[in-house]
Design a protein around this ligand. Structure first.
Ligand code: RIB
Length: 305
């Protein structure tokens, strides 16, 4: 069974320094790297490297940044037959500041070509979506098209995951089409319009999203783990223990979502799926980069020996 991921690819321009500069401030950085990014693309790479056939649906430009995308898809074995190469648009980019002491980041992403994905591009990928066990997407691609694709996937009988990143308003008609909703604390706080920080806040948030029609809610809480709720069960799964220091948290949420879709496509239980997603996210934060930090199936297996 396969996974299809809709989202954006961009080139990440990553600046490492002793802190993340505040508005109006200049700091001297310690390192600069260009690597493959974009939440959807990172999630597709994470899923493919974890060993499940994965299709990515997107749009890139006919340029150097775009070539970096196809290079990592070849390495990770992501099927990119549904990635349109546009002659009219340039591939997007993200400016990422990483605090090398904590691994925390701040990101400004410009989707470029991927900002021009249309409903008709989704229609062209219909067969791919239909043959998938899981359809996974985020909120970086044009919102109307993301919503169109979620409804289409569900109508085709495919389980849907929406990682609402970055958080943005969602029409109430869409929530019942979402099987798995995976905000982090910041994104959950956006929808509730109040802080979501601890387990009690998560319970309130879980009920809020259930009432809207979402089937399963997973709120990722960084080092505190992941809270899960559906109409039958509710639990907090602790984060996995890391055997190396955190160096860069960029793409940790993408590692989680990619790995979650892998485990769900393999019919693992919710607990097993979240444990697996936590494990993969935990490995990714011990490495620099976004797509480049995703572990292979072998590396994941070796980490639990
Ligand atoms: O989730 C991390 C990603 O967000 C980065 O790779 C950046 O490109 C932005 O899309």
């Amino acid at each position: 069974m396969s996974i299809s991921v809709l989202g954006i690819y961009v080139a990440d321009l990553v600046f490492f320094g002793k802190k993340i500069p505040v508005e109006g401030e200049t700091i001297l950085g310690n390192n600069f790297v260009i690597g493959p990014g974009g939440k959807g693309s990172n999630q597709a790479v994470a899923a493919a490297k974890a060993g499940v056939k994965t299709y990515f649906i997107s749009k890139i430009g006919d340029d150097q940044f775009g070539q970096m995308a196809t290079k990592i898809y070849d390495e990770a074995k992501v099927d990119y037959s549904n990635v349109i190469v546009s002659k009219e648009h340039s591939t997007g980019a993200a400016a990422i500041m990483v605090n090398e002491q904590s691994g925390a980041n701040a990101i400004n992403v410009f989707p470029g070509a991927a900002g021009a994905i249309t409903n008709s591009d989704i229609d062209k990928a219909e067969e791919t979506i239909k043959n998938s066990k899981i359809f996974l997407t985020q909120l970086e691609a044009p919102k109307d098209t993301v919503m169109y694709a979620i409804k289409k996937a569900k109508d085709l009988g495919v389980d849907t995951i929406l990682n609402p990143a970055p958080a943005a308003d969602i029409d109430k008609s869409v929530f019942p089409f979402i099987d798995y909703f995976t905000p982090n604390e910041t994104e959950a706080s956006f929808y509730l319009n109040k802080p979501v920080k601890n387990e009690d806040d998560c319970k309130v948030a879980g009920n809020f999203f259930l009432e809207k029609g979402v089937k399963n809610i997973l709120i990722t809480l960084g080092e505190k783990g992941c809270y899960f709720k559906n109409s039958n069960e509710e639990f907090l799964m602790p984060a996995s223990k890391l055997n190396k220091p955190v160096v860069d948290t960029t793409g940790a949420g993408d590692a989680f979502n990619g790995a979650l879709s892998v485990a769900l496509s393999q019919n693992k239980t919710y607990k097993q799926s979240i444990e697996f997603a936590n494990l993969v996210a935990g490995i990714s934060v011990t490495r620099e980069g976004a797509a480049n930090s995703m572990p292979t199936k072998k590396e994941i297996e070796e980490s639990i020996k």
